[in-house]
Design a protein around this ligand. Sequence first.
Ligand code: BG6
Length: 454
Amino acid sequence: KKKTTIIPKNFLWGGAVTSFQTEGAWNEGGKGLSLVDARPIKEGHSDWKVAVDFYHRYKEDILLFKEMGFNAYRTSISWSRIFPDGEGEANEEGLKFYDDLFDEMITNGIQPVITLYHFDLPLALAKKYNGFASRKVVDLFDHYARTVFKRYSHKVKYWLTFNEQNLVLTKPEYWGVNLEQAENKEALLYQVAHNAFIAHAKAVQSLHEIVPEGKMAGMVTYLTTYPNTCKPKDAIANMKAKEWLVDFYFDVFAHGEYPTYITSDLKKKGIMPIFEEEDAKLLKENTVDYLSISYYQSQTVSSDKQNNESIISGVTPNPHLKTNEWGWAIDPIGLRVCLKDMYARYRLPIFITENGIGVKETLNEQGTVEDDYRISYLHEHIKQMKLAIEEGVDIIGYLTWGSTDLLSSGGQFEKRYGFVFVDRGEKDLKDLKRYKKKSFNWYKEVIASNGEIV
Ligand code: BG6
């Protein structure tokens, strides 16, 4: 069957991870403690000390990525490897680690796509300043960002500021913030969100100054939302959920100012964040080069249901969709809805920097995993992405979540995402040996054909 070429020639294909979910070596190379190292460990889950030992095994893993044909790989820099206490002198050993890692990737034809911050603030900054509640931490973040832009200016083109910045209002603890002492918790929350926007804008500014050809994104986790019924009240509830969850962030990233649907509400409540003198100008002058999303699922919003079970209120099950073992609604068309909406609103290139499915898996006797469910999940999402491209959306790359297995965000190892099985359990580290799953060869063919086989 003859197919037409839809995906651009220089399209970026690969996988995405973070430092703390893969590296391990939590106290090696002069690294300081981060928020993650201090997180309480959930019953039956793993700790973060070893992860998949990428710190020591990255050469072996990169060869596997090369074999799959990756030309991009997203990871994050661990701030506390570079500045163990978040401030003071930079740690040369930490800087050197990422130099070596990026060199190894580049030598193997894989360009690093780098997140500056993935919820792993140096612990000292949480204790000393209450994290991003303080403008001091915004300045320290700027210093950290400038340090790594200078150091890796010839190695990294695509950067992301904060992973899933739209979690800031529901998970302020990921920004090192404790709300307990706050007189007005809601006001502080919006101040933290504002500080994150300022830190983001400063990083855009610094990158453009230091690396003129560098590209910076703002990123959110995109939950496509649907109104539960065609009742107008459901339509408004859905619209508000989307504004609050997604549009607010993209509007600031792309248009450089707070949207009026947010300011009207904050003013009414008397909780407009404090803008320092240059803030409005800084936001306006430092908009992003591209937009980035993680996409896993969609949600359905009902006006009758006001609850906070999800990061948006009023979420109700969608009877038309199946869910994964963790209750996430699998919805490839939802990805197309998201991409089309984003492009219509912003006309900026879009980079899908996370998409995938977590599954409990075991090695079979042949030393592999027949993960047809993963192939099917990714296949359907890539298909919808291609349709979006056909319909005019500018997409520059697609990265799956995971490449080898890695720790999930809650510290559960058994929720596996990779094309490569890593042999360890929650507590029993076994030998951490790597085994190719069935999806490994499938993704290799997808990349080799630039998506034609999908
Ligand atoms: C994203 C995060 O929310 O989703 C990752 O950027 C995370 O850190 C991924 O691992 C998948 O979520 P989880 O909870 O299944 O690991």
